[in-house]
Design a protein around this ligand. Structure first.
Ligand SMILES: [Zn+2]
Ligand SMILES: [Zn+2]
Length: 370
């Protein structure tokens, strides 16, 4: 009896010791996570081999199961300039998906929001990290998006088709697969949150109608972590939504000079604001006629006038008219829907036989004058 009691007591003590060791080890690991130069061991296993995934200088890398070789799975710690928290990396491995996360930056330096997925790659027979933008996902799966229950936010500045809310973005109807057009032909998309600034629907309505939002004051710079104010503007040259900084903000580090110099005086903005606010329903039609709106009343060149008429028009309206003309005359290339074949009238405008739809906005710019 005594022996038996002694034995169970030994077992009990051993268990206590093992448990204590485990707790101490855990505590040490926890400590290490916060010590510079020491790296985390993720609590979630490698999606490929079930091995242990550890952080190193630049990546989270599979170190293999105990006694086994690493399988080669790894992913960068800071994709597109945004560093994963350890908990985020674990969540990503656990669910193979995380986000949408804010604070990524494109190669050109513009902020974006995206979801990240871990996908199995047939070629390498391993898993890899990928950005997952809502509409790309739809393009991949061929999932058709239905906007029929939504009111449009306004016309796409690239192609004139209606823009709708979609996931974490505002997108051109033609930038996602729809019943009417399963293969997207446009790329216009802008985030609902940009550098922590929520971009309300009414601001996008304004941007699409006038080319510019109100002055928004809740942007937070990824670099300096400081809040800043800016307008969001449709940048026709770059073909995307970019910042325009308020004149007096020019002294701070953040605003790049080239966009700063384009900033409009505050008074003009106020005038435009009230004009746009008064006529939300008539915006589309009013755009080319309202003289105070930027981009309105531009004079088409002779070549362009031959296609859309000589009346002064807003830039967005020009693209829409051009697009109508292209459609009406069947000039969209049959094999490559993104290419437009010039007819006799369009050739002097394009300066060549064929252009892509992405060049359109730039070309139009050359044929408009104030
Ligand atoms: Zn592995
Ligand atoms: Zn579009």
């Amino acid at each position: 009896q005594m022996e038996k009691g002694q034995l169970s007591r030994d077992t009990f003590m051993k268990e206590i010791a093992a448990m204590t060791e485990h707790i101490v080890k855990k505590a040490k690991e926890y400590d290490r996570d916060t010590v510079p130069g020491d790296y985390a061991t993720l609590q979630t296993p490698c999606p490929n081999c079930g091995g242990v995934v550890k952080e190193n200088y630049r990546r989270y890398t599979c170190t293999g199961k105990p006694g086994a070789e690493p399988c080669g799975f790894s992913f960068g710690k800071s994709p597109a300039g945004r560093t994963f928290e350890v908990a985020e990396a674990e969540s990503l491995l656990a669910t193979k998906h995380i986000g949408p996360l804010e604070g990524f930056r494109s190669k050109a330096g513009w902020p974006f929001t995206a979801e990240i997925v871990i996908k199995h790659d047939e070629e390498t027979n391993n898993w890899k990290l990928e950005f997952d933008f809502g509409d790309d996902k739809n393009a991949d799966t061929g999932e058709i998006v239905d906007f029929s229950q939504q009111d449009t936010v306004g016309p796409c500045p690239v192609c004139g088709a209606p823009v709708f809310e979609h996931g974490s973005n505002y997108v051109c109807e033609k930038a996602v697969p729809t019943v009417a057009q399963p293969t997207p032909s446009c790329t216009f998309k802008t985030g609902k949150i940009i550098l922590q600034q929520p971009v309300e629907r009414e601001q996008i309505e304004k941007l699409l109608a006038t080319g510019k939002t109100d002055l928004l004051d809740k942007f937070v710079s990824m670099r300096t972590r400081r809040a800043f104010k800016a307008f969001l503007v449709w940048n026709k040259d770059e073909g995307k939504v970019t910042f325009e900084f308020a004149p007096r903000e020019g002294g701070s580090k953040f605003p790049p000079r080239k966009t700063f110099s384009k900033a409009a005086p505050a008074k003009k903005v106020a005038a435009k604001k009230s004009a746009a606010a008064k006529t939300p329903a008539a915006k589309k039609a009013a755009a080319p006629k309202a003289p105070r709106k930027p981009g309105a009343g531009l004079k088409p060149s002779e070549a362009l006038a031959a296609v859309i008429g000589a009346e002064p028009v807003a830039r967005t309206e020009v693209i829409k008219k051009l697009w109508d003309y292209i459609k009406a005359n069947g000039l969209q290339d049959a094999t490559n829907k993104r290419a437009i074949n010039a007819d006799a009238k369009l050739k002097p405008v394009f300066g060549k036989d064929q252009v892509t739809m992405f060049e359109l906005a730039g070309i139009v710019g050359k044929h408009l004058s104030a």
